[in-house]
Structures are given as structure tokens and as C-alpha cells.
Ligand binder design. Structure first.
Ligand code: PEP
Length: 237
């Protein structure tokens, strides 16, 4: 099955990074005949420049968030149709940073995913437990509830299992824990493609990609460094 490798730049980068990183990743993917789908998700103002750089390559473009509303008086928000118009194919929704910092609830995440689907985008719906939930044996129950409450009833979407305690921390669950959670998510949604995210680097990507039920990776920090991101993509051949 084709693996999907998504680079989430978060609020990092610049037009300069678009001009250097995007062509470097595109030419690496072409040179190595990568079979994976590679998605770059820069901050919203950089999307049009990234779209121009991606044109004619194997790369796809994604955004990091989207409004649940189609249009209206929502200052600062960006609609799904606007993202589609500038060339996005994907959009991340429900990232734990948005859940924690902007108090996004499962119902908001679901509404965003449905707005994305209605505009022809593929949402990448993030779920994952906090450290206290993992330590108290509640991880599976928590993630199950997120999956059930966030998944749209129809349309194409991806899920990304991202343990909150693994994001940006350098800590990664064991492959057995990753496998257990992916198997559980797939028991709820057997057709789903489920990515893993949380401190993925070139050095651990192969082991994680080899876990049953892992259909790809959502990469944060390492997606900003050409060698690291290409190293991760290189593991999917
Ligand atoms: C993320 O931002 O979704 C992420 C997984 O970050 P990092 O790879 O830096 O842990």
C-alpha cells in the first residue's frame, strides 16, 4: 500500500524555505522514484508559493487548519474552498496544538473535517492521548472516543495517531504500543488509513513504518530539515 508522508511545518518557515526545501524534496522524490505520497503543509500565507513550486512534481500540498464554516464574518479564518482554490489537496484538522491552545473539541474537529470534504479536500484528522492518560491505562479508551466523535460519516479522510506526549519531545512509544493503537483504530474504522506522528526522524522512521497498520507518518520538526525529511521519505521505497 502507498505510504503517505506528511510534513507539518507548524508556524515555521518562510518564502525562502519554500524556495529551497520544496524543490529539494521534489527532486529527491523523483530521483529515488518514491512510491509514497508526500504532502507538504506550510503555514497558510506560504501555500500559493508552495503550490507554484509543487506544480509538475510528485508532491501534494496541505494546510494546517481550516474553518468549519463555508464563509462569513470569521475574521482570521480560512475556508476549505479557499484552500482548494490555492491548490491544497489535504488539510490537517484537530492537531493537539489546536486542541490544547484553542480548545478545539471533537465536535469542532468533525465539523472542520466535514467542511474540508465538502470542498473536495482530504482531512487528516489527528487523535492521541496525553501522558497522564497513557500512564493511567486510559489511552485506548480516550483515542476511541476521539475517533468516534471526530470521524465524518462519509467521504475520504486520513487519521493520524499522535500521542500528545510524543510531539516535539523526542519521546516515541514502543513499536508494540504503536501497533496496538493502530490495530484498535482499525478495529473501529477498518477502511481507514492511519498515520503515526510524534518525534519521527530519519533514524526511527523505518521501524515505525514497518509496524502493521501504519500507513504513513505525520512529521513535524524533521519536515523542516531537507536531509531529515528526505531520509524519512527514503525509508518508504
Ligand atoms: C506534529 O507536529 O504533528 C509532530 C508530530 O511534531 P514532531 O514530529 O516535531 O513531534
Amino acid at each position: 500500500m502507498t505510504k503517505t508522508i506528511v510534513g507539518n511545518w507548524k508556524m515555521h518557515g518562510s518564502l525562502g524555505l519554500v524556495e529551497t526545501l520544496v524543490p529539494a524534496v521534489a527532486s529527491f522524490a523523483a530521483r529515488t522514484q518514491s512510491k509514497s505520497e508526500i504532502v507538504i503543509c506550510p503555514p497558510a500565507p506560504l501555500l500559493p508559493a508552495a503550490a507554484r513550486r509543487i506544480e509538475g512534481s510528485f508532491l501534494s500540498l496541505g494546510a494546517q487548519d481550516v474553518s468549519a464554516h463555508a464563509e462569513g464574518a470569521y475574521t482570521g479564518d480560512v475556508s476549505a474552498s479557499m484552500l482548494a482554490e490555492v491548490g491544497c489537496r489535504y488539510v490537517i484538522v484537530g492537531h493537539s496544538e489546536r486542541r490544547a491552545q484553542y480548545r478545539e473539541l471533537n465536535e469542532t474537529v468533525k465539523a472542520k473535517a466535514e467542511a474540508a470534504i465538502a470542498a473536495g479536500l482530504i482531512p487528516i484528522i489527528c487523535v492521541g492521548e496525553m501522558l497522564a492518560q497513557r500512564e493511567s491505562g486510559m489511552a485506548i479508551r480516550w483515542v476511541s472516543q476521539q475517533v468516534k466523535e471526530c470521524a465524518p460519516s462519509s467521504g475520504q479522510f486520513l487519521l493520524a495517531y499522535e500521542p500528545v506526549w510524543a510531539i516535539g519531545s523526542g519521546k516515541v512509544p514502543g513499536v508494540a504500543e504503536i501497533g496496538e493503537m493502530h490495530a484498535h483504530i482499525l478495529s473501529l474504522l477498518p477502511e481507514a488509513k492511519v498515520l503515526y506522528g510524534g518525534s519521527v526522524k530519519a533514524a526511527n522512521a523505518a521501524d515505525i513504518l514497518a509496524v502493521a497498520g501504519v500507513s504513513g507518518l505525520l512529521v513535524g520538526g524533521a519536515s523542516l530539515v531537507v536531509e531529515e525529511f528526505c531520509g524519512i521519505i527514503g525509508m518508504t521505497r
